[in-house]
Design a protein around this ligand. Structure first.
Ligand SMILES: *[C@@H]1O[C@H](CO)[C@@H](O)[C@H](O)[C@H]1NC(C)=O
Ligand SMILES: *[C@@H]1O[C@H](CO)[C@@H](O)[C@H](O)[C@H]1NC(C)=O
Ligand SMILES: CC(=O)N[C@H]1CO[C@H](CO)[C@@H](O)[C@@H]1O
Length: 417
């Protein structure tokens, strides 16, 4: 392991793609409109709490999940439950400052899911699947199946009659298909599904298409100063982006829109090379809202690693820690809306999540304003060390993905300094 050298010793300035004087510089950028506040949104509230719970396990490296998918699948399950099982599910979807009645949470999630999937292929490449698996359960109500599919894209899948190994194989091959054939590492957890077990599963693979391409000529091989030092391709682009530097907390916030402006990637990058523990302690909804509000359009030279963030998670432990306790217990779980023969049998076994996000250079295709922007004296955003990333839908405000890149895959760097 290399000593942690100050960052300025390890990087030299990137080559910037600045085509200033050549283009007529008339087009003044209009600052993008304000996005709905985070505080009233269940995807942000649940996403942040889950993120903290996942990251409190210090062995976690490269975390990624979709708060929107988790929230909407739990929302669907909530529709099939009653009693304290239902109220605990509702509590998970509560927001600190509800702008709408809690009863409308389902509607909010359903619309966000729809808005998100409609942007497939123009704004991003998306593969996604959600399912509730059931093991030898009593007849599952057709009303529940129809409603969860129509509103939350949650399909019902019976698990086969085989043993735990066969179940695991079925889940893994379902996930691979859901990820559009991605060769992800399989889930290795023990799944001991008893009769009546329900397993919620989400799979999502995402590759954003930028509003402006990170040009191939301006990529180069650099060192990513993650938990291990690796060689990665860095992509560079200069442009006008919303940015904020929090001097006190030493965090840089950057928003980069995807094609069409409907969805943005938001990066939180510590000023210096460090692991993300300090930054993660700062992450509250209030702090995030504040950061987002304080961003302003700035001339930026942005450098991002070409990288994949991939995560395979069981969220059972974390959801239990956040207050979902009854659903797992065969004796007390009440999923009477899923099946009317459920008493003493139907229970939630696990909540599984496969997610992958690719950072690549590509922009979207078609009509858009491709005029080069006139960038003078840009500020640097140089993401060669761990950062936190969000993907949010600007029309609904929903949080599509939340994650952290602690380590970028690449050739290990030997001691050559
Ligand atoms: C997005 O479009 C691609 C290509 O048509 C397709 O394979 C994929 O299933 C679509 N994703 C969703 C979520 O509809
Ligand atoms: C990310 O994953 C995709 C799909 O497997 C692959 O094509 C791409 O090369 C990967 N990128 C990096 C930088 O490893
Ligand atoms: C912040 C931002 O880019 N806003 C966009 C959100 O989406 C609408 C509808 O596509 C656009 O008109 C906004 O410009």
């Amino acid at each position: 392991m290399l000593p942690r050298l100050p960052v300025y010793l390890l990087i030299s300035l990137p080559v910037l793609l600045v085509q200033g004087s050549a283009s007529s510089s008339a087009s003044a950028p209009s600052p993008p409109p304000r996005t709905p506040p985070l505080l009233g949104d269940p995807t942000w509230a649940l996403g942040l709490r889950l993120f903290q719970a996942l990251r409190s396990d210090s062995s976690s490296a490269n975390t990624l999940f979709s708060p929107l998918l988790v929230a909407s699948s739990l929302g669907a399950l909530c529709g099939g439950s009653a009693g304290t099982t239902a109220s605990q599910l509702q509590d998970l979807l509560k927001t600190p400052s509800p702008t709408k009645a809690q009863a409308q949470t389902g509607e909010l999630l359903s619309q966000a899911l729809k808005s998100f999937t409609e942007a497939n292929m123009t704004t991003f490449h998306l593969h996604t699947s959600s399912a509730v698996f059931s093991k030898q359960s009593a007849r599952v109500s057709q009303g529940f199946v129809k409603d969860s599919q129509a509103r939350f894209r949650l399909q019902h899948q019976p698990l086969g009659k085989g043993d735990a190994k066969a179940d695991l194989k079925q889940l893994n091959s379902w996930a691979k298909a859901g990820l559009g054939g991605l060769e992800a590492a399989p889930l290795e957890a023990e799944i001991q599904a008893k009769a009546g077990a329900l397993i919620l599963a989400n799979a999502l693979r995402f590759k954003g298409l930028w509003e402006r391409e990170f040009s191939g000529e301006s990529t180069d091989l650099r060192t990513f100063l993650g938990t291990k030092y690796t060689k990665v391709m860095m992509m560079h682009r200069a442009g006008l982006y919303r940015q904020h530097e929090d001097m006190e907390n030493m965090v840089q916030v950057l928003e980069v829109p995807l094609w069409g402006g409907k969805v943005s990637l938001v990066f939180l990058l510590p000023f210096h090379v460090e692991n993300l523990a300090r930054l993660e302690k700062l992450l509250t909804l209030e702090q995030l809202s504040k950061w987002m509000e304080e961003t302003s359009v700035t001339s930026m030279a942005v450098s991002l690693p070409k990288a994949n963030i991939t995560s395979i998670l069981s969220l059972q432990k974390q959801l239990a820690a956040l207050g979902l306790t009854d659903a797992w217990d065969q004796k007390v779980a009440d999923f009477s809306g899923v099946s009317d023969e459920s008493k003493g049998k139907l229970h939630l076994q696990d909540v599984l999540h496969w997610a992958s996000l690719e950072l690549a250079a590509q922009a979207g295709e078609g009509e858009t304003d491709r005029k080069e922007q006139n960038i003078e004296k840009p500020k640097l955003f140089y993401a060669d060390h761990p950062f936190v990333i969000f993907v949010r839908d600007n029309t609904t405000g929903a949080l599509l993905l939340m994650g952290a890149l602690d380590h970028a895959q690449g050739e290990a760097l030997h001691d050559e300094l």
